[in-house]
Ligand binder design. Sequence first.
Ligand SMILES: [Zn+2]
Length: 156
Amino acid sequence: MTMALCFNCGDTKFGALCPCPKCSAGPTEDMGLDILFSDHNFSVSTLNEFGNVIKAISSVSDNDELRFYSFMLYLSNNHNELLQVNYEDEQNALCSSILEKANVPLVKIEQSQQAKLKQEHDLPPATDEEMAALRSMMSELKNNQQPTKSWWQFWK
Ligand SMILES: [Zn+2]
């Protein structure tokens, strides 16, 4: 079963696309986002830390939409490798002031076991240069094991 973050209340829930049992909010409109914030990608402790960010934002604003936009801005500011937002100045200022008021904690991202495994699996294939280097290394090893001269030939 997948552990996922509820973007509304910040709790972790079972199933990225299921409604939250605590606040009954459904998934976001972006399935990619829901999957990103699940243990397909992040460790459960990282999901909890992101949840704390959402909870901090909730403590200063009760506007669902604004809270969500503020969380997206938080991600864009602190983890722009995950996503980037491009807000109008006014929206940006509004969300920035919420983040400031909420005094949002920083999150140290830790990948889930599942993501690590997947990454190992997805390693790109060796390049031609790497293969050539490997082959020459192998043939050197072979030559070392089978010396062309036997030791007594040296004394002839
Ligand atoms: Zn919830």
